[in-house]
Design a protein around this ligand. Structure first.
Ligand SMILES: *Cc1c(COP(=O)(O)O)cnc(C)c1O
Length: 421
């Protein structure tokens, strides 16, 4: 039996309608920005394997560090115990985050990093004896698939089966020049109930690579600060260079109270989540009263092997060549966007840092719209490129080590698709 046949007998894949989905592609190895299947066919990973990979696949330096760690210490309970990797990673990350970030709480992935952040905010008010239980979020937000993370995400087809069970969240539109004053007064009207405001800074990934300007985010943050509303910046997707700066919050002057990280944190090598917060939030949990404890933890909290992958990834991230690569991709995307933006099949293009999104014209035909996504996906897969459109939106966000030749090949295939589809 082939690997694919064995897979279909036992596996249920994520975000996949198993009845109609085409069989999965059996990948056997990765190198640089590329993945190779059983038959040796090469695929350029233009979506960084669901946005996690930043330095390329099977990076030898990360592999070496992980393997050294595995032989020394694979895991230890993190309540009552500690280890070098967890401490060093927190020390080094806090140094490059906004200076008000002072404490690090580990978890397993992006969703759990968000769960921890939301629980910190809700319990912050609980510990202070104030009843503030509502959360403010953006329409079309995506913060993860566990229940709390789903609750603070926009209501959509993804959440429909659970909507009646999700806790109450106030949703506002992304800010722009026209609505910023109105958004501020909406927030002021709600403020006495609001525990926190959670947002994806600058780019809403799953929402369709929707982008908004740093200056309006900054204005909203300043307003929340004045109104005493805690702020959670969910940098699970935008962290580690995606937006052209190390973190999306580096584009604003206001500092969030809490930040969430995962995806690029380990260079895409292993699952690891991290929530950082201010000294002030941390201090609100200090007490002789045990009930003020943050009762949260996962079996694999601060797993030493995952921490070693994150430390190795951080070494690579801080090399000059990585920043140069990010700048190179930014510039290359900009040139390509200019070239295709007036094509009759392109509705709009938008770019933030290494993320380039192109909205395909769909006309008014909605059935065409729903099949377009699959057509595009298959078209690029056949051409040896992994692009996973979100509806009619194609986006490229490659590992930073992608070569100019590989980028040029992706662009050429998109131009060809514009003519052929
Ligand atoms: C992917 C994502 C998450 C969820 O992370 P998982 O590791 O998939 O649980 C949360 N927030 C944002 C902004 C994301 O893009």
């Amino acid at each position: 039996m082939s690997l694919v046949e064995r897979d279909l007998k036992v596996i249920w894949h994520p975000y996949t309608q198993m009845q109609t989905a085409l069989p999965p592609v059996p990948i056997v190895r990765g190198e640089g920005a590329c993945l190779y299947d059983e038959n040796g066919k090469k695929y350029i990973d233009a979506v960084s394997s669901w946005w996690v990979n930043i330095h390329g696949h099977a990076h030898p330096y990360i592999a070496q560090k992980v393997s050294e760690q595995l032989k020394k210490l694979e895991h230890v309970i993190f309540a009552g115990f500690t280890h070098e990797g967890a401490v060093e990673l927190a020390e080094r990350l806090l140094k490059i985050l906004p200076p008000n970030q002072q404490k690090a709480f580990y978890s397993d992935d992006g969703s759990t990093a968000v769960e921890v952040a939301v629980k910190m905010c809700l319990q912050y008010w609980h510990n202070k004896g104030e009843k503030r239980t509502k959360i403010l979020a953006f329409n079309n937000a995506y913060h993860g698939d566990t229940f709390g993370a789903m609750a603070v995400s926009g209501r959509s087809a993804f959440t429909a089966a659970f909507d009646s069970l999700l806790f109450e969240v106030e949703f506002i539109d992304l800010p722009n020049e026209g609505n910023i004053q109105d958004l501020k007064s909406q927030i002021s009207n709600l403020k006495s109930h609001l525990a926190c405001f959670i947002f994806e800074p600058l780019v809403q990934g799953s929402g369709g690579m929707l982008m908004y300007e740093a200056k309006y985010l900054n204005e909203l943050m300043t307003h929340c600060r004045q109104e005493g509303i805690l702020m959670i910046a969910d940098e699970v997707f935008t962290g580690f260079g995606r937006t052209g700066k190390p973190f999306a919050c580096d584009h604003v002057t206001e500092q969030p109270d809490i930040m969430c990280f995962s995806k690029g944190l380990t260079g895409g090598t292993m699952a690891l989540g991290l929530t950082t917060c201010t000294q002030h939030i941390y201090d609100t949990f200090l007490s002789n009263d045990r009930l003020k404890t943050l009762f949260h933890g996962h079996s694999f909290t601060a797993n030493p092997v995952a921490c070693s992958a994150a430390l190795a990834s951080l070494d690579l991230f801080l090399e000059d060549s990585t920043l140069e690569n990010i700048k190179r991709i930014e510039e290359s995307h900009r040139q390509f966007a200019l070239k295709i933006k007036d094509h009759s099949k392109i509705k709009t293009t938008r770019q933030t840092g290494t993320i380039l999104a192109m909205e395909w014209e769909t006309g008014s035909n909605t059935s065409y719209f729903s099949s377009l996504r699959d057509t595009l996906y298959q078209y690029f897969l056949a051409a040896g490129i992994i692009l996973r459109p979100l509806g009619n939106i194609i986006y490229i966000l490659p590992p930073y080590c992608i070569t100019n030749e590989e980028l040029a090949y992706i662009y050429a295939k998109i131009e060809q698709a514009l003519e052929e589809i």
